[in-house]
Design a protein around this ligand. Structure first.
Ligand code: GDP
Ligand code: MG
Length: 771
């Protein structure tokens, strides 16, 4: 028997694909332009009816109403990876089930994630279900990755929260859930691990009510719990959905839907009837349209309410976030995942349902957000983008607003599971992988051209005339600011010979993760890694080892302080050297003083700048630059210090290095004489907790030099916003959990740098042996 996979008509776009089954081996797979993407498949000629061609076109770029950009959020080990894997399997994109325990799943593709069994970086994966295009975006749950979470919440329209049904709501789900509340993301809940003997449907539902302060909308009831869990009752259709005893062999592909009235289980029938009644009442309470439908048209018999009416009411309630649909199952034992996929397509929003202000600025022009950069050894950086408006085309030039540069995109791919399919263009609402963007970093905004960005800026009412200067900051749509790193440590390559390998690895990692910064210590020449937290730096260290094969050494973790001056002071300095019979001499006078708002960092005495040649001017700035990065107290960078070069005399023929050294030394001298202050990172802390813990949390913050800004109520919780010095927040995550029995969650970001008081500063200097 020959395969039925055949050539497509020649007038189709180059990058056309069909998704179909090979008759020879019965495997479903992607066929690109008549050629199987996976090897070893037979391809034959085939002419396709026009209607079918149209439907294939919509498969590549589906109508926007059929797109679902969905995040999966979960506590570590709740089953996020296993559930994703099952989804890919049922939708046909992978042929065999991977197992997180064996470390061969598709979404946890970074080696180190495989080993740790946790998902840190958000990767997106695309598949189709029921005529819908689903883009799954992974959301990390750890506090160190707040930026990653915020960024992924920015590109997704809805989310699935996966719970371990034996544990109910756990700390990390709480964190991400609250962030999703803040971003108004509609959600559905999946109670996983119903096969565990300690699993409890009712306990989990209660914990959703109590801890998440959400209204659960039970769309299913479990049939059996623990070992006897077989499937669910669909309360909308009043059918049982059951997987047979062989579900571990067929991967749970086969299941039976049987009308509930045909079962002999009377107890189940009666509890399901009751649950459905409660569900209808709950929906009617939350949705006026459904309430009037029930009262006016179906008051005599609620069982006659058409399924579509019921489903659209559930969808309205979900989108309004007045309740969350709850489903259950066990991904590992292959039960309940297909109904979850149905629920994603039926109840979660399409990109059409979620509009953003900036979309109207661009109208039909391209506007996309690069939300993730991944390095591929062969193809270079692969950039995950979400398109908000306009078309994205392969082999086209695009303009990156953040970097203020034009880049050429060579190819556009759809990230289907472990294969990527090339496409020629993609419409709004979609997620794609762009190849060829070399400068683009995570979080950048991509538009079609500089002039289209300027037009958008005008539409946004930001004054088109000054666009050239203000564009980069003005129109960055991401809304997710890259925070300043607050921790740092030195990093050393295994040997001097591997220094350039390390530099290259760090360059790639920085494009992927803009919250990572790398500097060189001007004194020691050592490389310094700056990051957001302990785990952040540890993970970078791990990735360098695994992905780049470099065993690096890290110094102790330190807080990134800064320094400033409180008074003005002047110093002069001469450097006089004879290098191979040539005399090099420079004399400078430099003043430092506190920088007032809006003043330039470097100033020259009148006429001095004009009298300098280009090379010396650069040498002077380099000298200032290097001194600026090593302050006099701790060797931390300076902030808010103005440097005035009063005079400089240079003997003809003096090298630029000597000029730099002279300026740098002179500046250091001036700094030494001035009154100085250490600036410490002040963090904006937001703690969310149940009301009963408010007093405890406030008391603890007072001891940490915390300055409470505001106490708000959010969904029956209390949210405390405070400014707290970073130095006082070491170990906060453990402490706050033990103070609140694990119920509080928090987010942390740098607010600004603030002067330390004299006593604290001296204590710090003494601790470092500098006083
Ligand atoms: P993640 O950390 O949320 O991505 O969770 P994983 O998918 O990596 O799963 C964590 C662990 O739970 C693994 O050992 C899985 O085999 C196991 N697991 C996942 N789903 C189920 C389930 O439905 N039932 C049971 N009993 N174990 C599960
Ligand atoms: Mg995982």
């Amino acid at each position: 028997m020959l395969a039925m996979l055949k050539f497509l008509p020649g007038n189709l776009p180059r990058s056309f694909y069909v998704y179909t089954e090979c008759v020879q081996c019965c495997r479903r797979q992607l066929i690109l332009y008549g050629r199987a993407i996976s090897p070893n498949h037979h391809v034959r000629k085939y002419s396709m009816p026009t209607g079918q061609v149209k439907s294939l076109r919509s498969m590549i770029s589906p109508p926007i109403s059929k797109i679902r950009n969905i995040g999966i959020m979960a506590h570590i080990d709740a089953g996020k990876t296993t559930t994703t894997e099952r989804m890919l399997y049922y939708s046909g994109y992978i042929r065999a089930l991977g197992d997180v325990d064996d470390g061969d799943t598709v979404t946890d593709y970074m080696a180190q994630e495989r080993e740790r069994g946790i998902t840190i970086q958000s990767a997106a994966v695309t598949f189709d279900w029921n005529g819908h295009r689903i883009n799954l975006i992974d959301t990390p749950g750890h506090v160190d990755f707040t930026v990653e979470v915020e960024r992924s919440l920015r590109v997704l329209d809805g989310a699935v929260a996966v719970f371990d049904a034996s544990a109910g709501v756990e700390a990390q789900t709480l964190t991400v859930w609250r962030q999703a509340d803040k971003h108004s993301v509609p959600r559905i809940c999946f109670l996983n691990k119903m096969d565990k003997s300690s699993a409890s449907f009712s306990y989990s539902v209660e914990s959703i009510k109590e801890k998440l302060k959400a209204k659960p909308l039970l769309l299913q009831l479990p049939i059996g719990e623990g070992k006897s869990f077989q499937g669910v009752v669909d309360l909308l259709t009043m059918e049982t959905v059951c997987w047979g005893a062989r579900s571990s062999e067929d991967g749970g592909r086969i299941f039976k839907r049987i009308p509930l009235k045909d079962t002999k289980d009377h107890a189940l029938l009666s509890s399901a009837t009751q649950a459905r009644h409660a569900l209808l009442e709950q929906i009617a309470d939350l949705d006026d349209e459904f309430a009037s439908l029930m009262l006016e048209e179906y008051s005599a018999d609620f069982t006659l309410i058409p399924l579509e009416k019921l489903q659209s009411a559930v969808r309205r309630v979900t989108l309004a976030r007045s309740a969350v649909p709850v489903l259950c199952g066990t991904s590992l034992k292959n039960k309940g995942v297909q109904p979850l996929l149905d629920a994603i397509t039926s109840y979660l929003p399409s990109p059409e349902d979620c509009t953003h202000d900036f979309m109207s600025w661009y109208k039909d022009d391209l506007c996309a957000l690069a939300f993730k950069v991944v390095h591929d050894k062969q193809r270079g950086p692969l950039v995950f983008v979400r398109i908000y408006s306009g078309m994205m085309k392969s082999q086209s030039a695009v303009y990156n607003i953040n970097r203020n540069c034009t880049e050429r995109m060579s190819r556009l791919l759809l990230p289907f599971a472990d294969q990527q399919v090339e496409i020629s263009s993609l419409s709004p609402g979609n997620i794609a992988l762009a190849v060829g963007l070399k400068q683009t970093a995570t979080g950048d905004t991509i538009v079609s051209s500089k002039s289209s960005a300027a037009a958008a800026s005008r539409r946004a009412g930001r004054g088109g005339e000054k666009t050239d200067k203000t564009l980069p900051e003005d129109l960055v749509l991401a809304g997710v600011e890259i925070p300043e790193p607050v921790f740092f440590c030195t990093i050393e390559p295994p040997s001097v010979a591997r220094q350039s390998d390390l530099e290259n690895a760090l360059k790639c990692l920085q494009l992927e993760d803009p919250s990572l910064k790398v500097k060189i210590d001007p004194d020691s020449g050592q490389m310094i890694l700056c990051g957001m937290g302990e785990l952040h730096i540890e993970i970078i260290h791990d990735r360098i080892r695994r992905e780049y094969g470099l065993q690096t050494f890290l110094g102790p973790l330190q807080i990134a302080y800064r320094e400033t001056v409180l008074t003005a002071s002047i110093a002069s300095e001469t450097v006089d050297r004879t290098i191979s019979d040539n005399r090099h001499q420079a004399t400078a006078e430099v003043e430092v003083k506190p920088l007032t708002d809006g003043g330039p960092i470097v100033e020259y005495a009148e006429g001095l700048q004009q009298s300098l040649s280009g090379g010396y001017k650069e040498a002077i700035e380099n000298g200032i630059h290097s001194a600026y990065f090593t302050g006099p107290l701790l060797g931390s960078p300076l902030q808010d210090v103005q440097v005035t070069v009063h005079s400089i005399s240079i003997l003809p023929g003096t090298s630029a290095t000597v000029v730099s050294a002279c300026i740098s030394r002179c500046l250091q001298k001036a700094l030494k004489k001035a009154e100085k202050q250490v600036l410490e990172p002040l963090m904006r802390l937001e703690v969310t907790m149940g009301e009963e813990y408010l007093g405890t949390v406030l008391g603890d913050l007072a001891q940490r030099r915390g300055n409470i800004q505001e106490i708000q109520s959010r969904m029956d919780n209390k949210v405390v916003s405070a400014f707290v010095p970073l130095a006082e927040l070491m170990g906060y995550s453990t402490d706050v959990r033990s103070l609140t029995s694990g119920s509080a969650t928090f987010t942390l970001e740098l607010a600004n740098y603030e002067g330390m008081d004299f006593q604290d500063q001296n204590a710090l200097l003494r601790k470092r042996g500098l006083l």
